[in-house]
Design a protein around this ligand. Structure first.
Ligand SMILES: [Zn+2]
Length: 89
């Protein structure tokens, strides 16, 4: 399995963003793919520990707790990830 390089682009948001694709150099919008990460599960677990079991689903709804990957709409290649500051976690 090839190691996947994740690089963060401060221009990228949690929603489709207009960029110049670094791969095919076309101005385009991105497609986003939002994934739960180990950190998402960790924060959910943390919520349970502090007695907020009812809030444990929260990290799954907050994009700042999740990996947001952007793909070029033209060439479909991975172009970067949203810079996650964990401001809500
Ligand atoms: Zn492209």
């Amino acid at each position: 399995m090839a190691a996947e390089i994740v690089y963060y682009n401060p221009e990228l948001l949690t929603t489709p963003t207009h960029i110049v694709c670094p791969k095919c150099h076309s101005p385009t919008n991105t497609n986003v793919e939002v994934k739960n990460t180990n950190k998402t599960h960790f924060f959910a677990f943390l919520m349970c520990l502090v007695g907020c079991c009812l809030c444990a689903w929260l990290p799954y709804t907050i994009n700042d707790c999740r990996a947001v990957r952007h793909y070029c709409q033209k060439c479909n290649r991975y172009v970067g990830s949203y810079k996650n500051n964990y401001r809500f976690c």
